[in-house]
Write a protein that binds this ligand. Structure first.
Ligand SMILES: *Cc1c(COP(=O)(O)O)cnc(C)c1O
Length: 391
């Protein structure tokens, strides 16, 4: 049955060219940059109020009108989203700052927030008639695609670096995906996946290379507002690889203001990367609009090993508009902070989650985060599959 999605058109994030949202698109055919979904928010504003959401299902589908799937028959769900926002009292004591909240994304299906993006991308691809999907991944995205493709009955091809921890490979195989191991980084996986796309007629669901993964990830922004009583925190610290979550939340805040759900105030957005792969941090501090590819990218935080991001200008724009910042942290400190986060919260974090705490410690020490400012750390995934890091 047709639902009340207010999706109205797709718009290029750079050149602003518009496209029909009911056709399949990857990047903007004109300029090669990401397409963003736009909604008729004036119409939605008259119909939905925040208090109407209270009794809805505890998944990201509670924001259905602001999501792109039009027919409920294509709404795939494994219980993704609406993850807990946990007040971390013992962590506050340990680091001498409060309040600190942790958004616990490790509880998503397949153990990371990648489930949000792939849930939407696969649902919408199914709705638009796609049969076979392809993704380059550092591990978590591959698992998430495999799960939603299995649920939908679609073919999934996942391309991962050969050195990806074994549990990621095992999970993809159990979920019925075709696993392709590539001798190289995620960017090399991307190249090989791309070569196979046309040959075999597969649809590419790489980060920001189709318009809907970001729609899944933007729901983190809606959830934060809802869970904090339609207020936003002062600071959000986000471990940034391709940047979908950061750009998505920034988009969600704009949408919510247009819907009349929140005011004009915004959190300061913080990107954290490893100093072994910090293209966004470098570009931010150099005042650049686009980032240069990072040579010899290496870090234990696999999700942050992204030497070049197609949405770089969107990440940098959100950081600057929010008066945020970007910090690079050595892997040794990321690991140390991951253990602190674990033993003070009871969450087994991915190193990417640990990186957000390391960034908080830096920003507190430098005075950039002031006493009493509310901070949200994103634990973007469970640590359980990162066997190499703990062994
Ligand atoms: C993919 C990933 C990231 C990076 O997410 P982006 O939104 O692409 O920047 C961070 N943490 C984990 C655990 C990931 O899997």
């Amino acid at each position: 049955m047709l639902n009340k999605s207010y999706l109205s058109f797709l718009e290029c994030g750079l050149c602003r060219e518009r496209y029909d949202p009911d056709e399949l698109w990857n990047l903007c055919p004109k300029c090669g940059k990401p397409l963003l979904a736009r909604y008729d928010l004036d119409a939605a504003r008259k119909v939905i109020r925040p208090q109407d959401l209270a009794n809805r299902e505890p998944t990201l589908w509670r924001y259905l009108e602001l999501l792109p799937v039009r027919d409920d028959a294509y709404k795939l769900s494994l219980g993704e989203g609406f993850t807990p926002l946990i007040r971390a009292a013992r962590l506050e004591d340990e680091v001498g700052h409060s309040p600190i909240y942790v958004k616990e994304e490790g509880l998503n299906p397949t153990g990371s927030f990648k489930a949000r993006g792939l849930c939407l991308a696969v649902s919408r691809a199914l709705e638009l008639g796609v049969k076979s999907l392809s993704i380059p991944s550092a591990g978590n995205a591959a698992c998430a695609l495999s799960a939603y493709a299995a649920l939908a009955g679609l073919e999934a091809h996942v391309y991962m670096p050969v050195d990806v921890p074994k549990p990621f490979i095992n999970e993809c195989r159990v979920l019925g995906a075709q696993v392709h191991l590539v001798d190289g980084l995620i960017t090399d996986c991307g190249k090989i996946a791309r070569a196979d796309l046309e040959k075999y007629g597969r649809f590419d669901v790489s980060t920001l290379k189709e318009p809907y993964r970001i729609e899944g990830k933007k729901t983190m922004g809606y959830e934060l507002a809802e869970q904090l009583g339609w207020k936003l925190p002062d600071v959000i610290i986000y471990p940034t690889g391709g940047g979908t979550g950061l750009v998505g939340m920034w988009k969600a805040f704009d949408e919510m203001e247009k819907l009349g759900w929140i005011g004009p105030g915004r959190p300061r957005m913080v990107t954290v990367q490893s100093d072994g792969c910090a293209p966004m941090v470098k570009a931010f501090h150099e005042g650049k609009e686009f980032a240069e590819p990072w040579p010899n990218a290496r870090t234990i935080a696999d999700g942050l090993r992204v030497p070049a991001a197609v949405g770089d200008f969107l990440i940098l724009r959100a950081l600057r508009e929010s008066k945020g910042t970007a910090v690079a942290i050595p892997d040794s400190e990321i690991l140390e902070a991951t253990y602190i986060l674990g033993r003070t919260t009871g969450i087994w974090p991915a190193p990417e989650g640990g990186a957000t705490l390391a960034a908080l410690l830096h920003l507190k020490q430098s005075g950039w985060i002031r006493e009493g400012e509310s901070v949200v750390l994103f634990n973007t995934g469970s640590g359980a599959k990162y066997s190499r890091v703990w062994d």
